[in-house]
Design a protein around this ligand. Structure first.
Ligand SMILES: [Zn+2]
Ligand SMILES: [Zn+2]
Length: 171
C-alpha cells in the first residue's frame, strides 16, 4: 500500500492491511513469515514530516543461533514514527521539529510504502540472537550433528594435546 503525500495533504490516511507471507521481502537469511502481517494505524502530515502511528502483529520463524532449528517469534509492536523528506526544501528544514534518532526516518519521492515501514519495524523487534531453548546444546563442531537430538563420540575421541605429548615421550 502506497501512502501518497498528495493524499495526506488532503486528510490523514488510515490503514488496516494484511500482507501475506512472501509479499514483504525481509532480505534476512533464515527469517520466514508464517502468518499474515497485520498493520493498522494512521498517517498524517505534521509540519514537513509524515507522522505514522500504528501497531503490527505477525508470526515469524528464525533460526536458533546454536542448532539452526526453527524458532517461533510472535511479534507485536506499536510504532510512532516521523518520516522526513530527503528532497526537502530549505523552508521544510525550518519547519522540522528535532526528533530522537529512533523515531526519525527518511523518505524520498512522493510518499511512503507501508510495506517498507512494516518491514523495518518487524526487523527491529527481532532479538539479535535467538535460541530454541536456553539450554540448547547446539551442533557438534566436528561432525555437525544436533546435540539436542543425538549424541556423538567426538568429544571423547578428540585428542587431548597433553596426552599426545605424553604418547610422544613414551614412544
Ligand atoms: Zn537450538
Ligand atoms: Zn560430533
Amino acid at each position: 500500500m502506497f501512502i501518497a503525500l498528495e493524499q495526506l495533504q488532503d486528510k490523514p490516511v488510515r490503514f488496516d492491511e494484511t500482507f501475506a507471507p512472501g509479499v514483504v521481502d525481509y532480505a534476512t537469511p533464515g527469517l520466514r513469515q508464517i502468518s499474515g502481517l497485520h498493520v493498522k494505524g494512521i498517517a498524517s502530515i505534521l509540519g514537513a514530516e509524515i507522522h505514522v502511528q500504528g501497531s503490527l502483529t505477525v508470526q515469524l520463524e528464525t533460526e536458533c543461533a546454536r542448532c539452526l532449528d526453527p524458532v517461533a517469534q510472535d511479534v507485536k509492536r506499536t510504532f510512532d514514527l516521523y518520516y522526513r523528506s530527503l528532497d526537502e526544501s530549505p523552508e521544510a528544514d525550518e519547519l522540522a521539529v528535532p526528533r530522537g534518532e529512533e523515531e526519525l526516518a527518511f523518505f524520498s519521492g512522493d510518499g511512503l510504502q507501508l510495506e517498507d515501514v512494516a518491514k523495518e519495524q518487524v526487523l527491529l523487534s527481532l532479538p539479535m540472537r535467538a535460541v530454541c531453548r536456553t539450554d540448547c546444546k547446539g551442533l557438534c563442531p566436528q561432525c555437525g550433528i544436533n546435540r539436542n537430538r543425538e549424541t556423538c563420540r567426538c568429544a571423547e575421541t578428540a585428542a587431548d594435546p597433553r596426552w599426545e605429548a605424553l604418547k610422544k615421550i613414551r614412544s
